[in-house]
Write a protein that binds this ligand. Structure first.
Ligand SMILES: N[C@@H](CCC(=O)N[C@@H](CS)C(=O)NCC(=O)O)C(=O)O
Length: 228
């Protein structure tokens, strides 16, 4: 193996998943990387192969040297610390925002979106005769519990971007918070084009127009939340 190959970061990348944020980050950082591709099964779950690099078998995982690292927030922080330049760090005034949104994305927003998705999927996997009833029950749970909560989150994000934009930490380049926030905002937008507020939609559009983002899309393959 050549030294160059040995030192390349490997991204264990699952189609239509959060690992797209890691590809985007590596493209922005201009760090050479390899992709090991994994395809979801018909049950939408990751293939068992991912268990070989991470005990939970979820994507993303990166391999850097002899280390495997899972959890996208940890990966983003690790890669920026190791390979980032000054512009990849938040400005002093945006440090707390960067910290907050880096953790908020997976800690508070994504669980809500995953809940919503599970509530949609459960009725489709139930015994045929139970499906209409379950559809009604889960649609009610979604509209009474998930949607009002999600609305609160979207308002908070919209107000934040209106004050700090274009980026979550308020600087002129994306920082950790942006790599983390892009995926849930893309998912909300893809599910309902009229759902995001004006600033949040502009934000997603701005990301999709970045050359590094487009390169990441090209390399990553199938990704339903953005098109080349
Ligand atoms: N909080 C974790 C979530 C990881 C996760 O759930 N990844 C999804 C892809 S977006 C996955 O691997 N799903 C397939 C499965 O659960 O089998 C992170 O941010 O890395």
């Amino acid at each position: 193996m050549s030294t160059e190959t040995q030192s390349k970061v490997i991204v264990h990348h699952l189609n239509d998943s959060r690992s797209q944020r890691v590809l985007w980050l590596l493209e922005e950082l201009e760090v050479p990387y390899e992709i090991k591709y994994y395809t979801r099964g018909s049950d939408l779950l990751a293939p068992k192969d991912l268990l070989k690099v991470s005990p939970l078998g979820k994507s993303p995982v990166i391999t850097d040297g002899d280390m495997n690292l899972a959890e996208s927030g940890a990966i983003v922080t690790y890669l920026i610390e190791k390979y980032g330049k000054a512009e990849d760090q938040p400005p002093t005034t945006g440090k707390v925002h960067d910290l907050y949104f880096t953790h908020y994305s997976e800690g508070s927003l994504m669980p809500l979106l995953v809940n919503k998705l599970i509530f949609q999927i459960v009725p489709t996997r139930a015994p045929f005769l139970l499906r209409p009833l379950l559809r009604m029950v889960f649609a009610t749970l979604t509209s009474q519990l998930v949607e009002p909560e999600l609305k609160k989150h979207q308002t908070m994000i919209e107000e934040h971007l209106s004050k700090t934009g274009p980026w979550f930490a308020g600087g002129q380049s994306p920082t950790a918070a942006d790599y983390m926030m892009a995926f849930p905002l893309e998912a909300i937008d893809a599910a309902n084009r009229d759902s995001l507020g004006h600033k949040s939609r502009e934000y997603v559009k701005m990301i999709h127009e970045r050359p590094a983002y487009k390169r990441a899309l090209e390399r990553g393959g199938e990704y339903s939340y953005a098109k080349l």
